[in-house]
Design a protein around this ligand. Structure first.
Ligand SMILES: Nc1nc2c(ncn2[C@@H]2O[C@H](COP(=O)(O)OP(=O)(O)OP(=O)(O)O)[C@@H](O)[C@H]2O)c(=O)[nH]1
Ligand SMILES: [Mg+2]
Length: 442
C-alpha cells in the first residue's frame, strides 16, 4: 500500500478545512465554534487539525492534513511538521484573496513553514478570487519573486473538488502510480448524490479508473521532486518589519488573453486561463539589502553610503555588527481607520484603545486618563527613535508588561500606531492576532 501525505496550511478562513473535506472519502475534523472575532467571518474554526483520506486505487491513498489557521494554535504547526507530516510529499498553502493584506499572510506562512516548504514541493492556492479579484496572479508572482520563492501560484475555489484535486495531482503525479486524474476530477465535479450512485454501482470497491490503472505499464519509480536551492535569506528578524517600498506597486496586468498553460508534464490544470505562465525555475536574486530607513528619511540618507552606526553604550567585547534588515519593496501599507478603536474595545480584556498618528497626534481614543494617553502618544512618536537608537530594523510592536498592572501594547504601522491598554491577564499574543485579523478583515 502506498500512502502519500500532503499538508494544507494558510490563514484563518482560507479554505483548508473546506478543501480537505471536498475531496476526502473519510474525514476527521476538529472544528469548534468560533469564540473570538473570527465569528464575524465564519462560525467554525479548526482548533487541532483536519485529516482526510482520498483513495486513488486499491493500493494508493492520499492523506491530507490541515493545520489550524489561527496563530494561537501555532503549537499544532510544530507538532504536525515535526511529527505526522514531516515526511509529506507536498505542501499546499492557501491564501485568501479577500483579506486586506494577503502579502502579509504569504510572507508570514512561507516563513513559519519554511523548514518543511524548503524540502518538499509547495504550491500556493489563492482562494476567494470570486469575491475579490485583486491581487492578480501577476502580483503574486512579483511577491513570490520578492520573497525569493519559486512556488507556483493558482487561483482556486476551495469548495470545488476539481480545483483542489488539480493541486493534489500537481504535487503527487511525479511520485505515484495512479494516473487517471482526469476521471477523478470529473467525478469530483459531479453532484454528490450521483457519486454515491456511481460508487454503489461499482460495489464501492474501486474508483472508475482503477481498471485502467491495472492495464497500464508500470510507471517509472517514484522520484523526489527536485527543489532549486533556496534563495538567500532575505527576511528580517521576527520583530523587524520591512521598509515601505519606494518602488512603484505592480500594476495588475490587463487580462487580455488567457495565460498559457505550464508546459510541464502532468498535471493538467483545469483552469488554463488562470494558470500563470511557467517561469524558469531559477529565481532572480532577491532585492538588494539595505539598512532599515523610514520612508521619509530615505531621500536624506543615500543607500549607497549608509552612515555607520554605533550602538549607544558601546560595551567592550566582540566587534559590533549592525543587523542587516531586509528591504521588502512590495510590502503592503496597512491603513488603520478610526473605527478600529471601537472594534478593539470589543475584545476581551481591553480597557482602552487609541489611534495615534506617527507624529504622536491623537486621532481617536477611549482612554480617559490624560497622563496615560500622553504616554501612548509619546511612545508612538518615539518608536522610530527606538529603531535608530537600537538599530533594530523596523519596530512593529512595543509591549510594556508588568506582573501587576495593565499591559500596554503599541502596534506601529507606517502612518499610525494603535495603543491598547489591556488587563494584565490578557494574552498579548492572542490580542495581537485578534487585532491583525481585524486589519485583515476590516
Ligand atoms: N466564495 C468563496 N468561498 C470560499 C472559497 N474557498 C473557500 N470558501 C469558503 O470560505 C470558508 C473557508 O472556511 P474553512 O474551510 O473553515 O477555512 P479554514 O482555512 O479551515 O479556517 P480555520 O480552520 O479557521 O483556519 C468556507 O465558508 C468556504 O465555503 C472560494 O474560492 N470562494
Ligand atoms: Mg479549518
Amino acid at each position: 500500500m502506498n500512502n502519500y501525505k500532503i499538508l494544507v496550511t494558510g490563514p484563518v478562513g482560507s479554505g483548508k478545512t473546506t478543501s480537505i473535506r471536498v475531496i476526502s472519502d473519510k474525514l476527521l475534523e476538529t472544528d469548534e465554534k468560533v469564540s473570538d472575532r473570527t465569528a464575524v467571518r465564519k462560525p467554525m474554526t479548526t482548533v487541532a487539525m483536519d485529516y482526510g483520506t482520498l483513495r486513488l486505487s486499491d493500493n494508493e491513498t492520499v492523506h491530507l492534513y490541515g493545520t489550524p489557521g489561527q496563530p494561537r494554535f501555532k503549537f499544532m504547526w510544530d507538532v504536525m511538521t515535526r511529527g505526522i507530516v514531516k515526511d509529506c510529499l507536498g505542501v499546499v498553502l492557501l491564501i485568501d484573496n479577500a483579506r486586506n493584506y494577503p502579502y502579509r499572510d504569504l510572507k508570514f506562512f512561507t516563513d513559519e513553514f519554511k523548514h518543511i516548504m524548503s524540502r518538499t514541493k509547495t504550491l500556493v492556492g489563492v482562494t476567494r478570487s470570486d469575491v475579490q479579484d485583486k491581487p492578480t496572479i501577476d502580483i503574486y508572482h512579483s511577491w513570490m519573486q520578492n520573497l525569493g520563492l519559486d512556488y507556483e501560484v493558482f487561483y482556486i475555489d476551495a469548495r470545488k473538488g476539481s480545483d483542489v484535486l488539480m493541486l493534489v495531482e500537481n504535487l503527487l503525479a511525479p511520485h505515484c502510480f495512479f494516473s487517471d486524474w482526469r476521471s477523478l476530477r470529473a467525478m469530483q465535479s459531479m453532484d454528490p448524490s450521483l457519486i454515491e450512485d456511481q460508487r454503489a454501482a461499482m460495489g464501492d470497491e474501486a474508483l472508475p479508473e482503477a481498471a485502467e490503472v491495472e492495464e497500464m505499464p508500470p510507471p517509472p519509480a517514484p522520484k523526489a521532486v527536485e527543489k532549486p536551492a533556496p534563495a538567500a535569506e532575505t527576511r528580517e528578524e521576527e520583530t523587524v518589519e520591512a521598509v515601505e517600498p519606494e518602488v512603484a506597486p505592480v500594476e495588475p496586468k490587463q487580462e487580455a488573453a488567457p495565460a498559457p498553460v505550464a508546459p510541464e508534464p502532468p498535471p493538467k490544470a483545469p483552469k488554463a486561463a488562470k494558470k500563470p505562465p511557467q517561469e524558469a525555475t531559477s529565481v532572480p536574486p532577491p532585492p538588494e539589502q539595505a539598512p532599515p530607513v523610514r520612508k521619509e528619511q530615505k531621500e536624506q540618507r543615500p543607500e549607497a553610503a549608509p552612515k555607520p552606526r554605533t550602538p549607544p553604550n558601546t560595551r567592550p567585547g566582540p566587534a559590533y555588527r549592525a543587523p542587516v534588515a531586509a528591504r521588502d519593496p512590495l510590502s503592503e501599507k496597512v491603513v488603520m481607520k478610526e473605527e478600529i478603536v471601537q472594534e478593539v474595545m470589543g475584545l476581551r480584556g481591553v480597557k482602552g484603545a487609541a489611534l495615534v498618528s506617527s507624529l504622536g497626534d491623537i486621532v481617536e481614543t477611549t482612554i480617559e486618563d490624560g497622563q496615560l494617553m500622553e504616554f501612548i502618544s509619546f511612545l508612538a512618536g518615539v518608536a522610530p527613535t527606538f529603531e535608530e537608537a537600537a538599530n533594530l530594523g523596523r519596530v512593529t510592536e512595543v509591549i510594556l508588561k508588568s506582573p501587576k498592572d495593565d499591559v500596554i501594547t503599541l502596534y506601529v504601522e507606517d502612518e499610525q500606531s494603535l495603543g491598547v491598554v489591556a488587563d494584565n491577564r490578557t494574552s498579548v499574543r492572542i490580542l495581537k492576532q485578534q487585532i491583525y485579523d481585524m486589519l485583515q478583515w476590516g
